[in-house]
Design a protein around this ligand. Structure first.
Ligand code: ADP
Ligand code: MG
Ligand code: MG
Length: 909
């Protein structure tokens, strides 16, 4: 049994230019805590505080609340004392109170996923002391009502009762605003704020049956435990799963002295980015609000102002605000508080230089003094990721290797999605304009609630504003549109992190959740109506807009070129048509690793001949049908070889069970019977005959070619003739013929014999030759185990990791949907092994197969052609196993190329 370890530090202090931790300790202190410590060390003004480590969260999950509180009480009391002595105030004191914030912070940033409480330490007496000490009664009561609100929400579970309802505290505030005929929180009188505090506490009592806690220490422990609990909230779990973060990581808790942005017009709060997180442009930008506290900016309830003047001018243009109004009502921080702006600008440069990466920062100004509350490597879109890496490389602040390692391969996916066709855009009906919060092109049907995002195949989530609860729906929707909130609103930040198209703060939209309508300029749109969003311009467009394929150009092309300098393992593609082959080649594929020939048999004119072949009872009948298929196959191969001229193309012989090709609907069966001049009964009985209990382990793969050698003959002939035809036209084809589903060497020998004999025949007929290889897929465990025998004969191996995974685990891929999600939920498997190669198990078969194969043929060419070939972790594994290439679908080629370069760089160190 595990026991609690006594001798280790569980609480790390920071403040007053010293810190127990630093930025390298993210695993232990969480990203927020580690960076707060680091900022302290490099002389950035951060309010003092301390971090309870992520290990304590893990201990909490194991040993429970009482044990953990007892274990850290002493250290926490010490650390609070430390804050008290730096701040010259006392936690819980009625005359000179110290207030703190309690903030979550995992190793990686999870924006808005977990909880934070501000102004902790207030009660009915302390609030009076705070008012006297600050000489600002309004500020004291504003802080108190915010505290009750946040603590009520985060710790006491005061959430809206249903999705159409609003937050219970908001409801009280809205009612009071209505009564007092005011619009903004800042218009409440002191008496209003006092009333709100009492009404809030009443609401808590009514709903929970308990009084709001008055003892600051009780409040503190309540908040600490709530932060630990938030690690296992539904939305945090969803976010972790989405990003593949393990649940063992846990969150740290940061407790920090409050600084107050709500002290009046000389105070405020904001969020800023050292570069543009949407486009990557090297331009300092951000948003702030005067007389406000932290959450107000991201919550999107008030229209935030821009930090820089240039940002403000750009914003005004999009928001259609004229210059006089902008300067009077929405001035930039640069114009309004030039001194503070200058200081902030210095810090942002200092922090970006220090971290050598784009920073996302939070700050608060208290009565003219600037404090930095957070910095982290900013979330960004795929396009911004690429541009920033290339720009920092050109600036000389990072090396080529560092630039390549900055690329998250999977995020390149965003750059490979279709974009709006400029022609279609020029005639589009733009109904409103919002902020270009996250670039991209999205077309879909309107939904108003996140949990209804899957109602349509393509949906656009339309909200007044989004909140962390909406995460899953945001992920499902094609695009996100909000009426409120700026470029740093929840919707904008999360969308950029997901690489999802988002238009925010479109003030002209009137959204009614109850009626499920969106009204713009008197025109009403309903759930299910089609709209399109242009995340790069902020345009909201009626109906659908046509799209075109993206290109590999600009910085994207530059980083891909750079990857070739370091990658040693090649990337091929899986392509069954000349069109796919061309796309893949334009993305840099160095050949084809898998062409599935069966796909070619499903087209209308071919499936008939195929069925005739299958239904025929004689070799002669089958050959006749195959003779019809031969020219079609040959044409297909010619097209593909031509698209890949000069590069190797692996063609796999027929693989699926024949049952997949016969008609299952009665009408089609009748038709077939007529065409073949046989009875319907004969057709039916043949189909019944083909039925198998376990088709994936049945009559398929090389077993087809062994029972019907004429199929292999026809395919080999089509491949060789196609290559010879191209040669006659001066185009080089490099066919690699691949036998599927080998389990024994004898199976391979049988097929290889037919292929080579057929090729020889064709060479003689044509009086010409070409070079070609005959190899095999390794996808049955027995093939991996006997790879040394198979390599005696095979020219190459290609690991078919889809089937290999299926057979190594004994999971039917077609049935795994019933239990795999539950396996992952219960932690029995960490990830879906059909997506991410199981290195521990299936990986051993790949390693063993490669080693055994090369033990007899040291230069044996080895590749992989399962779905895993485009998955970055699996690509790294393939590199480390010594594979010559990975092969993946055309759109994953750039991802695999970067992953291949990264694997090489990591190995070099
Ligand atoms: P999140 O991870 O959701 O951003 P944070 O812990 O960063 O949550 O805090 C939420 C907001 O409260 C931020 O705007 C932050 O700057 C602000 N905040 C946190 N702690 C303090 C503090 N001690 N004083 C003033 N503002 C704070
Ligand atoms: Mg934050
Ligand atoms: Mg297979």
């Amino acid at each position: 049994m595990e026991t609690i370890q006594d001798v280790k530090t569980r609480v790390y202090k920071f403040g007053n230019k010293t810190a127990d931790g630093n930025s390298k300790m993210k695993n232990l202190l969480g990203g927020k805590g580690a960076n707060l410590a680091e900022m302290g060390l490099i002389g950035i003004p951060v309010p003092p505080g301390f971090t309870i480590t992520t290990e304590v969260c893990t201990e909490y999950n194991k040993f429970g609340q009482d044990a953990v509180v007892e274990m850290i009480t002493k250290e926490v009391e010490d650390a609070i004392e430390n804050i008290e002595s730096i701040m010259g105030s006392k936690f819980g004191d009625k005359e000179n109170p110290l207030l703190v914030s309690v903030r979550s912070g995992a190793r990686v940033s999870m924006p808005g996923m977990m909880d934070t409480v501000l102004n902790l330490g207030l009660n009915d007496e302390v609030v009076v002391g705070l008012a006297e000490k600050s000489g600002n009664e309004r500020f004291a009561w504003d802080s108190y009502r915010r505290f009750i609100q946040m603590y009520g929400d985060v710790v006491l579970g005061m959430k809206p009762e249903s999705k159409e309802d609003i937050d219970p505290f908001e409801e009280i505030m809205e009612a009071l605003k209505h009564k007092r005929q005011i619009e903004l929180d800042t218009q409440f009188t002191i008496q209003d704020l006092k009333d709100l505090c009492y009404d809030f506490k009443d609401a808590v009592k009514k709903r929970t049956g308990h009084d709001f806690p008055t003892n600051p220490w009780d409040q503190l422990w309540g908040a600490v435990i709530a932060v630990f609990n938030s690690w296992n909230s539904g939305r945090a779990i969803y976010y972790r799963n989405m990003n593949g973060y393990p649940s063992e990581w846990g969150t740290a808790v940061n407790v920090q002295a409050m600084v107050y942005g709500n002290m009046g017009d000389n105070s405020g709060t904001g969020v800023c980015f050292t570069r543009d997180a949407g486009t990557g442009e090297n331009l300092f930008n951000g948003e702030y609000l005067i007389n406000a506290q932290g959450e107000d900016v991201v919550a999107g309830t008030r229209t935030p102002q821009q930090i820089t003047k240039i940002g403000s001018l750009r914003w005004a243009e999009l928001a259609k605000v004229d210059e006089a109004e902008r300067a009077a009502l929405y001035p930039s921080l640069e114009e309004l508080m030039p001194e503070i702006y200058k200081e902030l600008n210095d810090y942002q440069q200092k922090l970006e230089n220090h971290y050598k990466d784009m920073q996302d920062m939070e700050f608060t100004m208290q009565d003219g003094k600037l404090w930095i509350l957070q910095t982290r490597n900013g979330k960004r879109t795929g396009a911004a990721m690429v541009k920033i890496a290339i720009d920092k490389l050109k600036e000389g602040s990072i090396t080529e290797k560092e630039a390549l390692l900055r690329i998250e391969p999977n995020k390149l996916d965003e750059l490979l999605h279709p974009i709006f066709d400029p022609k279609a855009l020029s005639t589009a009906n733009v109904i409103a304009q919002g902020l270009p919060a996250s670039p991209g092109a999205a077309t879909g049907q309107i939904v108003f609630f996140a949990d209804e995002a899957s109602k349509f195949k393509a949906s656009i989530l339309v909200r007044i504003e989004t909140s962390p609860e909406d995460l899953e729906g945001m992920n499902i929707a094609k695009g996100i549109l909000t009426a409120r909130g700026g470029m740093t609103s929840h919707a904008a930040v999360v969308a950029r992190g997901m690489g999802k198209c988002c238009v925010s703060g479109a003030g002209a939209l009137k959204i009614n959740y109850k009626n499920r309508t969106l009204t713009v300029d008197g025109h009403e749109y309903h759930e299910g109506d089609w709209i399109s969003l242009n995340g790069s311009t902020g345009n909201i467009i009626e109906g659908k807009v046509a799209t075109i394929e993206p290109e590999l150009s600009g910085e994207f092309a530059e980083i891909m070129e750079l990857s070739d300098k370091y990658a040693t393992m090649a990337v091929r593609t899986n392509a069954d048509s000349p069109k796919d082959a061309k796309i893949a080649r334009s993305f840099g594929a160095q050949g084809i690793g898998l062409t599935r020939t069966e796909h070619m048999f499903f087209e209308v004119d071919r499936i008939k001949a195929m069925r005739e072949m299958i239904l025929s009872d004689t070799v002669k009948g089958r050959k006749q049908a195959l003779d019809q298929l031969l020219p079609m196959q040959r044409d297909d191969f010619e097209g593909i070889f031509e698209a890949m001229a000069g590069l190797p193309v692996t063609v796999r012989l027929l693989d699926p069970p024949l049952h997949e090709f016969v008609p299952h609907a009665l009408a089609q069966q009748k038709e077939l019977a007529e065409e073949m001049h046989i009875s319907l009964e004969a057709v039916k009985s043949k189909i019944v005959e083909l039925e198998e209990f376990n088709p994936m382990l049945g009559h398929r793969g090389c077993r087809l070619g062994i029972t019907y050698p004429e199929i292999t003959e026809m395919q080999a002939r089509a491949i060789i003739e196609a290559a010879l035809n191209l040669k006659a036209r001066g185009i080089e084809a490099k066919p690699e013929i691949m036998v599927p589903l080998i389990g024994t060497i004898a199976e391979f020998e049988s097929q290889e014999g037919i292929i080579r004999a057929t090729a020889q025949k064709v060479f003689e007929e044509r009086n010409d030759t070409i070079e070609f290889l005959v190899g095999t897929m390794i996808e049955i465990p027995r093939a991996a185990l006997t790879a040394n025998l198979i390599a005696e004969k095979a020219d190459f191996f290609s690991f078919g990791t889809n089937d290999l995974t299926q057979m190594a685990f004994g999971y039917s891929r077609d049935d795994a949907g019933k239990f795999l999600p539950i396996y992952i939920e219960k932690g029995i498997l960490k990830v879906d092994p059909f997506e991410v190669l199981d290195q521990e198990g299936v990986g051993q078969l790949v390693q063993m197969g490669t080693e055994k194969g090369r033990s007899v043929k040291p230069n044996l060419k080895v590749g992989i052609c399962g779905e895993h070939g485009g998955e970055p972790n699996s690509v790294e594994f393939c590199f480390n196993t010594g594979l010559n290439y990975v092969s993946c679908s055309p759109y994953r080629v750039p991802i695999a190329r970067i992953a291949s370069a990264q694997a090489a760089i990591k190995k070099q160190g």
